[in-house]
Design a protein around this ligand. Structure first.
Ligand SMILES: [Zn+2]
Ligand SMILES: [Zn+2]
Length: 135
């Protein structure tokens, strides 16, 4: 399943407030004002993007939540934590999220990058790698 396409403009002040007011948090990825919903396409309820991880509690993460056309808000949510049948991956969405688990939601652009990364090995172009190992 592909991810939802909803995006929202999240003011930096919102995250700054959470960081100063709440428990210690490490932001996920570089700060981007436009946040994209991570839940599976055509989900019910609020859109959601993981904002940050809690430093002192690995079971919770800071999420940005918004309804279509509404203003974003932030909230601490417990992780879903559902394993794949083979238990080799765990869901990184929040507990009680709608639709598929995170390991069933695939962004085609990210998938393409991963394929390139695997083909090229450690992210180096083949030519550079050939020179390194063949010389
Ligand atoms: Zn959404
Ligand atoms: Zn899940």
């Amino acid at each position: 399943m592909r991810p939802c396409t909803a995006v929202v403009l999240a003011p930096l002040a919102l995250w700054e407030f959470a960081r100063l007011d709440g428990p210690p948090v490490t932001v996920v990825g570089p700060w981007e004002p436009w946040q994209r919903c991570r839940i599976a396409l055509w989900h019910r309820g609020d859109h959601a993007s993981r904002f940050g991880d809690r430093d002192d509690d690995p079971d919770h993460a800071l999420w940005l939540l918004w309804s279509t056309g509404g203003s974003p808000r932030i909230g601490w949510q417990r992780f879903c934590g559902q394993f794949t049948p083979g238990r080799d991956d765990v869901c990184t969405f929040f507990s009680g999220h709608p639709r598929e688990h995170s390991w069933d939601v695939v962004d085609p652009a990210v998938e393409r990058l991963w394929r390139q990364y695997k083909v090229n090995g450690a992210g180096f172009p083949k030519t550079v790698r050939g020179r390194e190992t063949g010389g």
